[in-house]
Design a protein around this ligand. Structure first.
Ligand SMILES: Nc1ncnc2c1ncn2[C@@H]1O[C@H](COP(=O)(O)OP(=O)(O)OP(=O)(O)O)[C@@H](O)[C@H]1O
Length: 268
């Protein structure tokens, strides 16, 4: 069967700064796949190349066999994307936010209401659906963004740092919802995360990027046992991105300042 994502020799540079270098990666259908790496590793750039938001310079990417360059619309119809930046409109209600995405993705008019309610229900937001999104908590905003991304029932859900800045309860709730949707619809999920523990628990496989270069890819258990008997995924990360990780740790570790800043940006 055609894989969900097939990325061959993907290289991307901003000016003369190469940030993704010769990346070859396959993500199978139904996998939860984590793209990990320190700040600036090239994760967001890779995701934007995969989801047609940036043109491919060198190499090729196919999503369910559709080429991102020549078949971009087919790719988009198969894909749901939750970016790092806030993607909801605070002055609209939760329901209006999701309905807007349903229109954008050409969900047939006669199915729209049911699909919007389904997506809101799956994210536990029906009770607050008619309140302004600007009044939602951080966790609710994230679930609303997921509802938007899910309204066209994407075969591939792409999440850029989905739980950054959320408290543990909100984080768990986001993940439960994603797991439910995955089980119900058999989606493939591609996510980036700074949280090694989260990647370890949730991802079937992870890839570690460092300075745009793929360092290793595999099941968390395989990667850990390759480093040592009691190694954590954080140890694997440190093994491949040592100095850069240490720099981030000085700022409060992977869960530190940067995440907080991101979340502050997200919440405005
Ligand atoms: N539009 C841009 N123009 C120039 N340089 C960019 C641009 N976007 C990203 N970069 C640079 O490319 C490199 C990779 O950035 P990218 O956002 O892809 O990494 P990342 O792994 O997602 O990091 P982070 O976790 O910080 O988001 C960084 O050095 C970044 O400064």
């Amino acid at each position: 069967m055609t894989p969900a994502v097939e990325c061959r020799n993907l290289t991307h540079a901003y000016g003369d700064h190469t940030v993704v270098a010769d990346l070859t990666l396959t993500i199978e259908r139904g996998e939860v796949f984590g793209l990990l790496g320190p700040n600036g590793a090239g994760k967001t750039t890779t995701i934007r190349l995969l989801n047609t938001l940036m043109p491919v310079q060198t190499g090729s990417v196919q999503i369910f066999g559709f080429d991102v360059t020549t078949q971009a619309m087919d790719v988009r119809y198969n894909l749901g994307y939750v970016p790092q930046q806030l993607s909801i409109e605070a002055a609209l209600t939760g329901r209006q936010n999701v309905a807007w995405f349903a229109r954008l993705f050409d969900v047939p008019r006669n199915e729209r209401k049911a699909r919007v309610d389904d997506a809101l229900g799956a994210m536990n937001l029906l009770d607050v659906a008619d309140e302004l999104a600007g009044t939602y908590s951080g966790g609710m905003v994230r679930r609303l963004e997921l509802a938007q991304a899910l309204v066209n029932r994407p075969a591939l859900l792409v999440l850029d740092e989905p739980t950054v800045g959320l408290d543990p309860i909100a984080r768990d709730s986001v993940w439960e919802r994603v797991q439910d949707m995955r089980e119900t619809y058999g989606m493939t999920v591609l996510l980036t995360t700074h949280y090694m523990e989260e990647a370890d628990i949730l991802c079937d496989r992870v890839a570690l990027l460092h300075k745009g270069v793929l360092q290793t890819v595999g099941a968390p258990s395989e990667l850990k046992s390759a480093i040592g008997p009691d190694a954590s995924l954080e140890d694997v990360f440190r093994h491949y991105a040592g100095a850069d990780l240490a720099e981030q740790s000085n700022e409060g570790g992977l869960r530190g300042v940067r995440s907080t800043r991101r979340s502050a940006q997200r919440m405005g």
